[in-house]
Design a protein. Structure first.
Length: 340
């Protein structure tokens, strides 16, 4: 059990607020949302040996997962029960507000990159051996993308990514070799050219429009043709006041169009696809890989940094709604955080 000192906001929570039962329909009000936390261990279960009372940790709270469905495991409260294998110690020099930006984005990236039914890349290590392969990460300046770039580089891959030009330096500092503006009308052909002579490790698709673009780029590439998809094509930004069912029905043509087009392109172009669900790692070896084997050492040695930068909205649980609203209004290479 952790006493929370900082929690971070993911788009999922305001999507649940506006989408009602169309998002995570198994979560019924009242429920404690929240996945990302940083804090201090105040109690450990009898079988837990990796942690002791007083340790500074981050963790991905998994109470919102369908199989857990448990408010005690939600982050938006003062104390949260974590699964020990979904938590990691953090260095003393790392502020809780900075550390809290990581968990769900990191886990989602790790699921897409390393799970066996996703891109199944080599694992990250302290001294990565170059694989000679290049990964496309569409949406590198998102929280998910910021972790994905660092993990892929630490696993020995070259990374080509997309973001707005103002974030080109940011993604390159994280290790991307090239960055492209996802709004450019020539972005698909520009990235296809950048892949010439390279061997593809596949693509991680993050953000609206990312899957379609990756499915257009991969056919011309040599190597792995697989897209791990982080973003579902419902645009919850379009949800306004009113019944969620009416808002949802308005998006049905777009969703059906996306699925038909995705299946058609994937099948005719022989590209594998799979949707990511950012809690599946708790049931496989990827949680151990990330939270025990890689992250504690990589954070301590500076090989992996907690990013994007936190934007702290306030210091009290009462700031959560303002924080959700701020996330919904949009962030750029930032993570909205509430300090406790
Ligand atoms: N499947 C899962 O389990 C799972 C888990 C977590 C998140 N997600 C999804 O992953 C996506 C990213 O989540 P997040 O928390 O990482 O987001 P985030 O950090 O809040 O995303 C903000 C960033 O999105 C970028 N962006 C905006 N529109 C984009 C587009 N069309 N293509 C690429 N990038 C775009 C912006 O980059 P610029 O400022 O450079 O434009 C901004 O930095 C969301 O769609 C979220 O729903 C899925």
């Amino acid at each position: 059990m952790v006493k929370n000192h900082a929690v971070a906001i993911n788009p999922l929570y305001w999507m649940k607020q506006v989408g009602g039962n169309f998002m995570y329909g198994w979560l019924k009000y009242p429920f404690v949302l929240g996945s990302d936390l940083a804090g201090e261990v105040v109690g450990v279960g009898a079988s837990v040996s990796r942690f002791k009372v007083g340790d500074r940790v981050i963790g991905q709270a998994v109470g919102m997962d369908k199989k857990r469905n448990r408010s005690a495991e939600g982050a938006f409260q003062e104390y949260t029960v974590l699964l020990a294998h979904m938590a990691a110690p953090i260095p003393d020099s790392l502020a809780y507000e900075r550390a809290a930006v990581l968990p769900l984005g990191l886990s989602t990236a790790a699921c897409g990159l390393f799970e066996k039914d996703q891109l199944a890349l080599n694992h990250p290590s302290a001294n990565p051996k170059p694989t000679g392969k290049t990964l496309l990460i569409w949406g590198g300046s998102t929280s998910v993308g910021s972790s994905a770039i660092q993990l892929a580089v630490a696993a020995g891959y070259e990374v080509i990514t997309t973001c707005l030009p103002r974030n080109f330096d940011y993604v390159k500092k994280l290790g991307a070799s090239q960055a492209f503006d996802y709004n450019s009308p020539t972005v698909v052909s520009d990235i296809s050219k950048a892949f010439q002579g390279k061997t593809s490790a596949g693509a991680l698709a993050i953000g609206q429009g990312s899957t379609e673009a990756c499915l257009d780029i991969l056919p011309a590439c040599q190597g792995n043709k697989f897209v791990s998809i982080a973003s579902f094509p419902i645009d919850f930004q379009q949800f306004t006041q009113g019944l969620p069912i009416l808002q949802f029905l308005r998006q049905v043509p777009k969703i059906v169009g996306f699925i038909v087009s995705m299946l058609f392109k994937a099948r005719t172009r022989r590209i594998g696809t799979n949707f990511i669900f950012g809690t599946t790692l708790m049931n496989n070896e990827v949680s151990q890989l990330i939270y025990a084997d890689f992250l504690p050492r990589a954070l301590a040695e500076g090989q992996f940094v907690a990013t994007p930068a936190p934007h702290v909205i306030g210091k009290h649980l009462g700031f959560l709604q303002a924080a959700l609203d701020a996330q919904r209004q949009g962030v750029s290479a930032q993570k909205v955080v509430v300090s406790l």
